[in-house]
Write a protein that binds this ligand. Structure first.
Ligand SMILES: Cc1cc2nc3c(=O)[nH]c(=O)nc-3n(C[C@H](O)[C@H](O)[C@H](O)COP(=O)(O)O)c2cc1C
Length: 212
């Protein structure tokens, strides 16, 4: 097969895709076609992985009781997290919306198999955590591909992994990596929401190399 030559216009559009990817927490109720979700998963499955182990496991959480249990867990953890900030930051924290769990039409839980047979252990003897890194690579591919379809993804990490595993009854050796809210965003923004709300901003030093 002939490898494509990407045009300058494509490169510029691709850079816009990176710039306009957001962590989305405000969703329209309209569901995403299953075919598009399938396409996103197949793009995610093209991600690099240690030893070609493809350790990611994507669960579509559709059962209302399970979704509700995760949302309740999030609310508890989010409330507890707020208490851990000093009082002057608590107000700012409570103004943040840190998940779209209540309105996202799709909930996707992503796990990473700790010791998959696929890949035959190659590349991970000294760094077993590379299976989780591989899963994160696939999530980022999913996230960017979703943005190309104008679909938003929001990563929820304010959850205790062991409780998530119990709720979703997954095998013991699957590590919880991410709980994703997926759907059409209510709005698009080039500025991260945490920056708009005054919580944090990007640091230009992170665009600089450290030379040794
Ligand atoms: C590992 C990881 C965990 C995250 N967890 C949460 C979360 O629990 N709640 C949330 O609102 N955003 C979460 N985010 C999204 C970040 O807040 C977001 O990426 C960051 O503010 C930059 O915004 P942007 O993604 O729109 O550029 C997470 C992102 C990553 C990569």
């Amino acid at each position: 097969m002939t490898a494509p030559q990407f045009s300058n216009d494509f490169i510029l559009e691709l850079e816009q895709l990176f710039s306009w990817r957001r962590d989305v927490r405000h969703f329209q109720s309209k569901p995403v076609d299953n075919q598009i979700l399938d396409q996103l998963l197949s793009v995610a499955s093209l991600a690099p992985s240690v030893g070609l182990s493809q350790p990611w496991r994507y669960i579509k959480v559709e059962t209302p009781a399970l979704r509700e249990a995760i949302y309740t867990l999030f609310q508890e953890c989010n409330h507890q997290a707020a208490q851990e900030y000093a009082s002057e930051q608590q107000q700012l924290y409570s103004n943040l919306k840190l998940s779209g769990l209540n309105d996202a039409p799709h909930h996707i839980a992503v796990f990473s198999e700790a010791n998959p047979q696929q890949g035959k252990g190659l590349g991970r003897q000294t760094m077993p955590e590379t299976t989780a890194y591989s899963t994160v690579m696939s999530i980022f591919s999913f996230w960017l591909a979703a943005r190309a379809y104008n679909i938003g993804v929001g990563w929820v990490s304010i959850l205790p992994p062991e409780k998530v595993k119990l709720i979703l009854t997954v095998p013991k050796d699957w590590n919880f990596v991410a709980y994703l809210c997926v759907g059409y965003p209510q709005f698009q923004n080039i500025i991260p929401e945490l920056e708009e709300k005054g919580w944090e901003k990007r640091n230009p030093e992170r665009q600089q190399w450290i030379i040794k």
